[in-house]
Design a protein around this ligand. Structure first.
Ligand SMILES: [Zn+2]
Length: 75
């Protein structure tokens, strides 16, 4: 199975009946007033309505990064 196909299957279908397409994006977020940039973040994007989804493991990574950043600020 092609990796692209596997990634697309992981994201499933959008409620609008479109199929999420895999792509890698740059995510910018502000954590405690600090700008954090994540590159090559895998994301599912619906070509029909433009809605976006992340895989659970990606969300976990973002969350743990936010926690780590908070921890760093305490030191
Ligand atoms: Zn959609």
């Amino acid at each position: 199975m092609l990796p692209d196909v596997a990634a697309a299957l992981d994201y499933g279908r959008c409620p609008c009946s479109g199929v999420y397409q895999h792509r890698a994006v740059e995510v910018r977020m502000t954590v405690s007033g600090k700008i954090v940039v994540l590159t090559d973040v895998p994301q599912g994007s619906c070509p029909t309505c433009g809605s976006r989804v992340y895989k659970p493991e990606v969300l976990e990574r973002i969350e743990s990064l936010m926690k780590a950043t908070r921890f760093e600020r305490r030191l």
